[in-house]
Structures are given as C-alpha cells and as structure tokens.
Design a protein around this ligand. Structure first.
Ligand code: ARG
Length: 473
C-alpha cells in the first residue's frame, strides 16, 4: 500500500475507503434533490419535444425519450427506482436510467442543455408550486379568522400596548389585525410567483447554445410567462429561493406573534381562550395542566425558518457569476422551510378554528386598569370643551382618585368627579363602560363592532374576487 493511501485511511475516518468515498459524499445531492424528480422529468419532456420540433433530434428519438421518461416517472412513484449516490444528483440518476431503458437515444436528450439550466428550471418549478400551496393555505387561515372575527365582532377585550392594559378593543378587531398581516403575506407570495415566472431552460451552461432551440416554446409548455432574458443571470440566480425563504420568514414571524398571544391568552391567569384537546397536550405529572404545545412549536419553528434564510443568503453572497457548486446548498433550506411552513399554517388554522373563547373573562379584564381613561379625556374635550392636554391632566387626577379608593372609574361618585372638574356631569358615565368605549371608536379601521363587520365584509368580497379571477384561494 502506498504512503498516500495509508494516510488517507488515517484522515478518512468513516470514509476509510479513501478520497473517492469522501468526494462522493460531499458532492452528492441525490439524498435530497430526488424531491425534484417530477419537475426534472417534466422539464426533460418539454425539452425533448422542443428538440424534435426544431429538428435537432428525430421524432423517433423523441418518442423513445418520452416513453422512457414516463416509465421512470412510474418507477419512482412506485418506489422501485434505485437511486445511486455514485450518480450524484437527480438529473444524472434519471439520465442513466434512461440510457438503460432506451439505449443510445438517451444520449440525445442533453443536447443544448446543461445541468446548470436544468437544475435552475427544476427548482423554480418546485418553488413555484410550493408558493401556490402557501397561497392556498393562507386563504384557509384567513377564512378561519373571518369566521371567528364575525362571531366576536362585539366581544370586548383589553387592548394592550407594552402588554399593559391600554384601551378596550373588540376581539374581532384583534383577530382582523392578523387577517391584514396574512393578507399582506399573500400578496408577497403572489408577487414572488410573478417574479419567478420565467423559464431558465436554454441558458445552457451559462452562455446559451448554438443549436436553433425555441425557448419560447419550452417556456410555454412548462407554464411560464416567458423565457429568462440573460443566460448568465439565469444559471447564477437563486433570488426565487431567497424570496420564498424571506416570504416564509415574514409569515413565520406573524404566526409566531399569534402563537405567543395564544400562549398568553390560554394561561389560567388570562383565561381568554381554551385550546381544543386536539391542539394541546396534558402534563404527565400535573393533571390540571393543558399545554399549548402546538403554539409553542409554531413560535420555535420560526427560528428555524429565519436560520435557513440567513444560511442561504450567506451561501450566495460571495459567489462570482455564473454557476458554482455552492448553489447546490440551496435545496435543503428550501425543502425544510416548505415542510415547516406548511405544517405551521395547518396547525394555526386548526387552532384558530377550534379555540374556545371566554368572552366573559375578556370583558372582565377589559374593565381593569382604568382602560376607559382615554374615553373620559375625549369626553371632556368633546362635551366640556377642554383642550386635550388639560383633559388629559384632569383624567390623571380622576385615575389617581380611583386608585386611592381602589375602585373602577365608573364607581366614583359624581361629586368626587365634580370636585376635580366642575364641568363633569352625569352623562360621563355613558363613556366609562367598556362596551360604550368600543362602540364610540367608530373611525374607519377602528375597533367599533360596526367597523369590524365592515372590514370582514370587505375581506370576504376580496377573497371571492380573487377566486373568480382564478387565483388560488
Ligand atoms: N446537483 C447540482 C446542483 O444542485 C446540479 C447542477 C450541477 N452543475 C454542475 N455544473 N456541476 O446544483
């Protein structure tokens, strides 16, 4: 044995068979990119059809290639296809099997194509389909919110700033805040689809090809709006993957904030909601407990999504044009985020639909912490003509008195209020209740039940319009 071989064995560790095995292990992507098999085959079918149409290959060869590819598709779907690490990736695995099945005609499929434009195509197709799945899942989540918001358009809860009781709001209004957030996510998803809707096929290795290919034909067959315009950019670009990850990170952030609220709301101290058994677990030792595990995991999985986004940004940031093998590291991040986000959206939709709302506890909490103090100040401005700053000052004195007497604002006797400011009358009590407070916040987009219902109606219309326009709802 040569010196070199012996030392390979020393540093090879579990790759004791030497550098070949180490290279195979670091180079291969088949362990994860086999997920792209359907897109790879679809791309090859479109490419072969175009090669035949343009006379680059014969119709007989195209027929053989198409039959072979369809056989491979059924083999993979039946689980009988043998993937090999030695063949590196999904593209070579499929091409090698095609050669076994149809012989020399298989060698003509890769004319005017490179794995660089091939992988860009497969991955784009996959990300496009995933974005469409996310779009549909967001539609289901928004619908779940609309149902619950309608039920609770006039249920009162404390609104918070700094997680301190601020002003009473309606629970429906709070839920509709999430509809706005997930609605924006949806527009980001759709914008990302629009931007990625260009077909990479035909960019070849990086410079295009001398064969008389028809890129518009393949773009159309594969459901893209148009072919990409610059072959160098085409094989270097992973913006579509980065955009998917960033859209997912923002959406994950929204899901995580809601998850955090669900965790808080479902504590016995708050008691605003009770999660269904389906989305919570018991404790193995404390029988009284019901833990919001699904919400906690949604909160945690957002960290994982953010990690993948930073990971791929970091992979891409130092790459010279055009393709570098570094880009093979794009797939696991995207696949993991897709699986994670799909699950988070499904779990959140289930939780929102199932949670039991304790409107009584919310209403009670809405009244504590002098939450109608701003209403008193506004009343002093409106009814007694005080400048807002003075009204704010007077209200501060009223709150101090209530604090001293350990009672709510509405429990202070009129004489005590008038001693603070003589312009206060009996009428003031009408704004000190939480129900009157929310009803009075009737500005556009405000918390009044009428405004909440108006926004629910508008969202329902928007969803219907999208569905009619053939968008994925
Ligand atoms: N497995 C590769 C990837 O995922 C396919 C492209 C390989 N191209 C190349 N020139 N080696 O990026």
């Amino acid at each position: 044995m040569s010196q070199e071989k012996a030392s390979n064995r020393m540093w090879g560790g579990r790759f004791a068979s030497g550098p070949d095995a180490i290279m195979e292990a670091i180079n291969a992507s088949i362990g994860f990119d086999r997920k792209l098999y359907a897109q790879d085959i679809r791309g090859s079918l479109a490419h072969a059809a175009m090669l035949a149409k343009t006379g680059i290959i014969s119709a007989e060869d195209e027929q053989k290639i198409a039959d072979g590819l369809n056989t491979i598709l059924s083999e993979i779907e039946a689980g009988t296809f043998e993937f090999s690490t030695r063949l590196e990736d999904i593209h070579m695995n499929i091409e090698a099997r095609l050669a076994e099945l149809i012989g020399p005609a298989a060698g003509r499929l890769h004319t005017a194509r490179s794995r660089n434009d091939q992988v860009a195509l497969d991955f784009r197709l996959w990300v496009k389909e995933e974005l469409q799945r996310v779009d549909a899942a967001l539609g289901r989540l928004i619908n779940a919110f609309l149902t619950r918001a309608e039920e609770h358009a006039s249920s009162v809860m404390p609104g918070f700033t700094h997680l301190q009781t601020a002003q009473p709001v309606t629970f429906g209004h709070h839920l509709m805040a999430y509809v706005e957030m997930f609605g924006r996510d949806r527009t980001r998803v759709r914008a990302a689809i629009e931007r990625l809707d260009e077909c990479p096929l035909g960019a070849a290795a990086l410079a295009g090809t001398g064969f008389p290919i028809d890129r518009h034909m393949t773009a159309k067959t594969l459901g893209f709006r148009e072919p990409t315009r610059n072959s160098i950019d085409t094989v270097s670009d992973r913006d579509f993957a980065l955009e998917f990850l960033s859209v997912a990170a923002i959406c994950g952030t929204h899901l995580s904030r809601l998850a955090e609220e669900i965790v808080i709301w479902s504590t016995p101290q708050f008691g605003f909601i009770r999660l269904s058994d389906a989305f919570s677990t018991g404790s193995s030792i404390m029988p009284q407990k019901k833990n919001p595990d699904a919400a906690e995991l949604i909160r945690a999985k957002t960290g994982r999504i953010n990690g993948h986004l930073i990971g791929l940004l970091t992979v891409m940031k130092g790459l010279p044009l055009a393709y570098s093998k570094d880009m093979q590291e794009d797939k696991e991040a995207v696949f993991d985020v897709a699986e994670t986000l799909d699950l988070m959206l499904a779990a959140m939709t289930g939780m929102v639909g199932d949670m039991e709302v304790n409107a009584g506890a919310m209403k009670k909490a809405a009244g504590v912490g002098f939450s109608t103090a701003t209403d008193l100040a506004d009343w002093l401005v409106r009814e007694a003509g005080l400048p807002f700053r003075e009204a704010h000052h007077v209200t501060g004195k009223v709150v101090a008195l209530a604090e001293e007497r350990r009672c709510g604002l509405e429990k202070l006797p009129l004489e005590a209020l008038q001693a603070i400011h003589p312009a206060i009358t009996d009428e003031v009590y009408s704004v000190l209740s939480v129900a009157n407070s929310v009803r009075s916040r009737d500005s556009y987009g405000g918390t009044a039940p009428a405004q909440v219902r108006r926004q629910i109606r508008a969202w329902r219309k928007r969803l219907k319009r999208d569905a009619a326009a053939g968008k994925n709802v």
